[in-house]
Design a protein around this ligand. Sequence first.
Ligand SMILES: Nc1nc2c(ncn2[C@@H]2O[C@H](COP(=O)(O)OP(=O)(O)O)[C@@H](O)[C@H]2O)c(=O)[nH]1
Ligand SMILES: [Mg+2]
Length: 231
Amino acid sequence: MIPAYNEGENIRATLRGITEATSVSPLEILVVYDFDEDTTVPVVQDLQGELPAVRLHKNELGRGVLKALRSGLAAAQAPHVLVVMADLSDDPADIDRMYVLAGQGADVVAGSRYMRGGQQVGGPLLKRTLSRLAGLSLHWLGGIPTHDPTNNFKLYSRRLLDSVEIESEAGFELAIELTVKAHLLGMRVAEVPTTWRDRTAGTSRFQLRKWLPHYLRWYRRGLAGRFARRR
Ligand SMILES: Nc1nc2c(ncn2[C@@H]2O[C@H](COP(=O)(O)OP(=O)(O)O)[C@@H](O)[C@H]2O)c(=O)[nH]1
Ligand SMILES: [Mg+2]
């Protein structure tokens, strides 16, 4: 599932990259957009003859990436849903390895920038630093089994999606919410190393100041969870 906002310049390479790299079958690729004038839409329509796995899904829940993610998760029918960015940030070469772990029973498989072998290239320094600190401290202090709970390049099981009520309100906090909740429910969280690269075309819509308090809510719950689980 690919949330997209005016990714006309990136979506062709993203979709070709995914379909060439993965051997997951059967495969459905949902591109989730918010409004009809979005530049992503005509490019996807143009590619659908060549790539029959690709389906356009209009998010009717309202604008913004969180609503797009929620709408796409509800529309996806597969037993596992992988979220991939439309701006070529995520490496499709890692997808098959993620599905192997899902097939072995993991309910969350994180593309992990902060484990050995993972990498993050580019992006704002403050955002990078906070995300790394949050990930490593939740791993080492909170016992979350991935080093990278905030990356949105993650695979979720339908079992997890059906067991939790999504409470996220903004931005990309969904990844940390689902990772923390899966762990607190005793579900399996796994990770594979990945390299994240900042986009070269288009502009980021990440709002660090606005979204930070939302992230902190899940961060606190993840840290506290360790002690709650022990009791
Ligand atoms: N549908 C939808 N997708 C969005 C929205 N904002 C961002 N995205 C998509 O989410 C992904 C990551 O967004 P981006 O702004 O690059 O965030 P960053 O990588 O954290 O800087 C890209 O695929 C965007 O097209 C939105 O408001 N609606
Ligand atoms: Mg980006």
